[in-house]
Design a binder for this molecule. Sequence first.
Ligand code: DX5
Ligand code: ZN
Length: 212
Amino acid sequence: MIIAPSILSADFSRLGEEIQALEKAGADWIHFDVMDGQFVPNISFGSKILEDIKSLTPLPFDVHLMVKEPYDYIEDFVKKGADLITIHIEAVSDPNRYLNKCQELGVKVGLSISPDTPVSELESYLDRVDLVLVMSVHPGFGGQKFIPSSMEKIEQLKKLREEKALSFLIEVDGGVGLKNSKELIAAGADVLVAGSAILGSSDYQKTIEALR
Ligand code: DX5
Ligand code: ZN
């Protein structure tokens, strides 16, 4: 099980310390939420922050781009330290162009679907991605409530992966916590993103262990 804390819920005045605390607590990846104020109604942070924190930890950076047509920014994120780039299928007109670009740059690539987008929209790209990210809240903010229909999407993806003999990871993001982690893992999730559940807890290590 891969646990990827979202640093959107970190105390940005102590971001470096937070990254190191998460590593010490047993985090597997660092989930890095980029929001553009267009695809989602919020603005977070960009590649300069990634560059500055990258050297603090050997953990992989899982960059979640909630950005409309982020094509011209992909290379910059890779240069600054992204290990995996996930784009939203709703935010781009030609997903294959992005998959080609990531392949060319040698970076792992994920495709994400928001709660209102069915799994079928992704189907023709599944053999080209390293990861599928199921958003279980409407993207834009941490601390929202898990949308239950996301559970079925994870099951559908697991089934499709088996049928097509593929090996992409299934990641779930939004409202993930101790109440639903067991069920999510049973449904087929390989990567749990958790922001407020981990960073809002008093003991990161205990929470990460409990989520796993
Ligand atoms: C939401 C972001 C998430 C968010 C998760 O748009 O993509 O990564 O930070 O936060 P929690 O775990 O608090 O729902
Ligand atoms: Zn995210």
